[in-house]
Design a protein around this ligand. Structure first.
Ligand code: ZN
Ligand code: ZN
Length: 418
């Protein structure tokens, strides 16, 4: 009897271990095939870009000269690196930041416990998130005495004033992902494509997450003539140059750059400041915080524009407002704070609408425009919830309806100077 049991148990264990190893082999095999298909698709895409995109320039456009001013904002901290050379947040400057930005195990814990994304019907998306096609006439000829802002979805914003056209975190791809085969898809088509933009003088990038820096968009914009100047936080220049994106200038937090038109066109110098904020970076499992993240302030003597990019709530907003003066218009992120079970993961890195309004008040911004919402479902809060919560908190805190508002996708708004 005992031997019978032993024989059955042995057979079962051999069977199970064989099945296990077959499953492992199948999984590994499928993984390899999937990886190969992905690599071929991406390589094909890269090659097709490389073949028809114009050759890169090594020099900025001839009519532009610039001067980098280092350490110009003593009230704001410089970036800090940890022992491995990765950027870290100093607890004294960012008391609510995570000491360690999320590692693989933390990301896995979030992914395996977060609720499913709410699904919106096509009809609801069309009704609640309409896309306006920006007027080419308005983009080509912005009013001379106003600041013109166009929201292009998520964190992509085009600002135009005093004859300068500055673009922030542009993305025109369908997915914000390492590949266009997988990853979050847009709820709506982008309001316009890269070739429909007016000429662009400067492109500012906040950080390397896929919803802010898209390789295909970057290469398409880099092929335009005259070529734009790219301003990026530390660590991104070599990656962009290897990707055939040239005219890239890297700045650290509290560095400033002054860009001057030397062609004879009369326009005021444009001053751009690279600013600290509370976030992290990664494009794969191994490059976490090897590059820096930043917010930006962009100004001429008449107007100033603050671009928050992607940030958790932190004391820097008040310091920026005091050091650089209150911006005329601020673009402040209000979404991707997550549904309740995942808030623990996002809280240090993304603001909810209540924190976004506090950021608006800390900066003492005259007007603010909401970004980082209603475009890709990156977290499990309902895509329309950030807009509703923003309206509620503005009302509760006694702010006028226009003080901090959500534009429609593709909507253009003009602001008077003070
Ligand atoms: Zn991010
Ligand atoms: Zn983001």
């Amino acid at each position: 009897m005992f031997w019978e049991h032993a024989a059955v148990a042995r057979c079962r264990s051999i069977f199970e271990s064989t099945m296990r190893s077959r499953m492992v082999a199948w999984t590994a095999g499928l993984g390899m095939v999937g990886g190969a298909v992905w690599a071929v698709a991406e390589t094909k895409h890269q090659l097709s870009w490389g073949m028809w995109s114009a050759p890169p320039l090594d020099e900025p456009p001839a009519h532009i000269s610039f001067c980098i001013l280092r350490d110009q904002i003593p009230a704001l901290p410089k970036s800090k690196r940890g022992p491995e050379g990765r950027f870290v947040l100093d607890k004294r400057q960012f008391p609510d930041a995570e000491v360690e930005s999320p590692g693989f195990s933390t990301i896995w814990k979030w992914r395996s416990t977060c609720p499913a994304n709410p699904v919106m019907s096509l009809e609801e998306i069309q009704r609640e998130l309409p896309v306006l096609i920006p007027s080419q006439e308005a983009l080509a000829h912005p009013p001379a005495d106003k600041m013109q802002v166009t929201w292009l979805g998520h964190a992509s914003v085009l600002t135009q004033w005093d004859k300068w056209n500055v673009l922030f975190d542009p993305i025109f791809s369908e997915r914000c992902s390492p590949t266009q085969l997988l990853g979050p898809r847009r709820l709506q088509a982008p309001p316009l494509l890269a070739h429909q933009l007016p000429h662009i003088d400067v492109i500012c990038i906040s950080h390397d997450h896929f919803d802010h820096l898209d390789l295909h968009t970057a290469q398409e914009l880099a092929a335009r003539r005259p070529s734009p100047i790219w301003l990026v936080p530390l660590g991104l220049k070599s990656w962009l140059q290897e990707s055939r994106v040239h005219n890239v200038i890297e700045l650290d937090w509290s560095d400033q750059i002054e860009i001057v038109d030397s062609s004879g066109v009369r326009r005021e110098a444009l001053k751009l400041s690279c600013l600290p904020c509370q976030h992290w970076c990664a494009r794969n499992l191994f490059d976490r915080n090897k590059t820096l993240w930043a917010s930006w302030m962009c100004s001429t003597p008449r107007f100033s524009f603050y671009f928050g990019g992607d940030t958790g709530y932190c004391p820097m907003f008040e310091k920026v407002g005091r050091a650089l003066g209150s911006p005329d218009v601020a673009a402040i992120p209000i979404g991707s704070y997550g549904a309740l079970p995942e808030v623990w993961f996002h809280r240090p890195n993304h603001m909810n609408p209540e924190e976004a309004v506090q950021c608006h008040l800390d900066l003492r911004a005259r007007r603010s425009v909401a970004i980082h919402w209603g475009t890709w479902q990156l977290t499990a809060e309902h895509p329309l919830e950030p807009r509703q919560r923003l309206q509620d908190v503005c009302r509760d805190r006694g702010l006028g309806a226009e003080a901090f508002e959500c534009l429609k996708h593709g909507e253009t708004r003009c602001y008077d100077h003070r």
